[in-house]
Ligand binder design. Structure first.
Ligand code: GLN
Length: 196
């Protein structure tokens, strides 16, 4: 079992169940021995220590988040230092700006992203990547992934693929353009838990 550096203690992590592959994130965290709850209502955010926004369809996520007050509640918490990890669509939702679609975002991390920039569904691919401070390569699965086209100076790039950043962190916000929840490797989830 994964051992949290500070001691996971009574940590409880939420996975946004608004849309997308939240079950895979939940399974991954449970395998690590972390108490995990699927969060769908804004008020449920108050009972977790951090949140994962999964892959899926960012337009749908944002639309539903706004409709049910989840967007405002989460934005307020993020401004107060709430840790959030977004994968693929989750990265888009957390970004400052989406350059090629007219859609809103949470503006939680200073990155500009281009949606579906690595090609269409048929062009999804896997590759081994190197991540800062990781001892072994990580198998990264890209599915209609967003590309980071610009990032601010406070953003730390933890991994790159073909010259584009694919894993980035700013304060308590972590984003990946690929899907670590679809592999057996928990190391990126461990990184997030240690940020929480
Ligand atoms: N293409 C999706 C979007 O733009 C993201 C794909 C994914 O999460 N795998 O929202």
């Amino acid at each position: 079992m994964f051992v949290c550096k500070k001691g996971a203690g009574k940590l409880k992590i939420g996975v946004s169940g608004i849309q997308g592959d939240f079950r895979e994130h939940k399974l991954m965290l449970e395998k690590m021995g972390i108490e995990t709850v699927v969060v769908r209502k804004p008020e449920e955010l108050d009972f977790v220590d951090g949140l994962i926004i999964p892959g899926g369809e960012s337009t749908t996520m944002i639309r539903i988040m706004k409709m049910i007050g989840f967007y405002d509640a989460l934005k307020k918490k993020i401004e107060a230092g709430f840790p959030v990890f977004g994968t693929c669509a989750g990265m888009i939702v957390l970004s400052k700006e989406v350059t090629n679609f007219n859609q809103d975002s949470l503006k939680a991390i200073d990155i500009k992203v281009e949606r579906n920039a690595y090609g269409r569904q048929v062009d999804s691919f896997e590759t081994d990547i190197q991540i800062k401070d990781f001892k072994k390569p990580f198998r990264a699965i890209f599915i209609r992934a967003p590309k980071v086209v610009e990032y601010g100076e406070d953003v730390e790039v933890l991994s790159e693929y073909n010259g584009s950043p694919i894993l980035l962190r700013q304060g308590k916000i972590l984003v990946a353009s690929f899907h670590p929840e679809l592999t057996d490797d928990a190391e990126i989830h461990e990184l997030f838990i240690n940020m929480v």
